[in-house]
Design a protein around this ligand. Structure first.
Ligand code: CO8
Length: 280
């Protein structure tokens, strides 16, 4: 297990990695969380605001986990009870110019997070605003505490979302709702977010991380190659025309028939026994 262990490349100043994640109270068998990492954004004094350094550390940690064959799913959360992340670090952004943003590579971290192949589950308590909402949207599933507040308030700062908000929020909840949120900067509570299709599930705030770990554990128990391929394929649906998406899906489906886990999964069904996945 690691917890901000300086010897661990996945640990850092702002990012805490616990792998394997500690079993949530609601789950009896501890081994259910095997293969699940809990990644915590740890900057509670600034409501986990996403500085450029923090985002780089987060991308580093996620890449380390993505390359670890023992890790099968990742839960991402914010330290404390008040925020997942209250946005980009406004003090740091305030110093930027168009030229400095274009010349720097500070936004590269977003592409690196987007390229993570393992399933990412956001466990959101409190504020997920601006870049924090965009980070939650970059995850594959979103468990919200009933105290969660989502929003893109950048317009109130004289700018607009810049890390996927106009694109992912629009795809998640549709243009009319996304437009209203982005142009007014208002926040949306957990129940509204559930109704809009932004979140997977709303749970009592205190159980948010437990619920996300439980979901991650169920996914971690699935065959890893099929999980990665299915994640890729679902994500491609947002980008590809239907015919191309269907062709890519079929190709990925066929490719899995060269895997041990396909033979194992189908043999186990026929032999009426549990499957044992090898990830090959
Ligand atoms: N950046 C820096 N510091 C922050 C941020 C932030 N986004 N949010 C909160 N903090 C700090 C506060 O300055 C305060 O620090 P201090 O105690 O030293 O004064 C501390 O966190 C606690 O915050 P508040 O006292 O303000 O707490 P309140 O309960 O009164 O208010 C709010 C909570 C409503 C969440 C309020 O803090 C707020 O409005 N925060 C800013 C929200 C926001 O506008 N977010 C969008 C930022 S812009 C953005 O995300 C653009 C993304 C672009 C891409 C990403 C690039 C990295």
């Amino acid at each position: 297990m690691t917890d901000a262990d300086p010897a661990d490349p996945a640990a850092g100043r702002y990012i805490r990695v616990t792998m394997p994640a500690v079993a949530p109270a609601s789950m009896a068998p501890a081994d259910l969380v095997t293969g699940v990492a809990l990644v915590t954004i740890h900057r509670p004094e600034a409501l986990n605001a996403l500085s450029f350094d923090l985002l780089r550390e987060l991308a580093d940690a996620l890449e380390v986990l993505d390359a670890d064959p023992t890790c099968r799913a990742i839960v991402l959360t914010g330290a404390g009870t008040r925020a997942f992340a209250a946005g980009a670090d406004i003090r740091e952004l305030a110093r930027q110019t168009a030229a400095s943003l274009a010349a720097g590579h500070d936004f590269d971290a977003w592409g690196r997070i987007d390229a993570i192949g393992l399933p990412l589950i956001a466990a959101v308590r409190g504020f997920a605003l601006g870049g924090g909402c965009e980070l939650a949207l970059a995850c594959d599933m979103l468990i919200a505490g009933d105290d969660a507040q989502f929003g893109q308030p950048e317009i109130k700062l004289g700018v607009m979302p810049g890390a996927g908000g106009t694109q992912r929020l629009t795809r998640a909840i549709g243009a009319p709702r996304a437009m209203e949120l982005i142009l007014t900067g208002r926040t949306m509570g957990a129940d509204e977010a559930l109704g809009a299709g932004l979140v997977t599930k709303v749970v009592p705030a205190a159980t948010t991380v437990d619920a996300a770990l439980e979901l991650a554990a169920r996914i971690a128990a699935m065959p890893p190659l099929a999980v990665r391929a299915a994640k890729d394929s679902v994500r491609a649906a947002a980008e590809l025309p239907l015919a191309s998406g269907l062709a890519a899906e079929r190709q990925a489906f066929f490719a899995l028939f060269d895997s041990h886990d396909q033979r194992e999964g189908m043999a186990a069904f026929i032999e009426k026994r549990p499957a044992v996945w090898t990830g090959s």
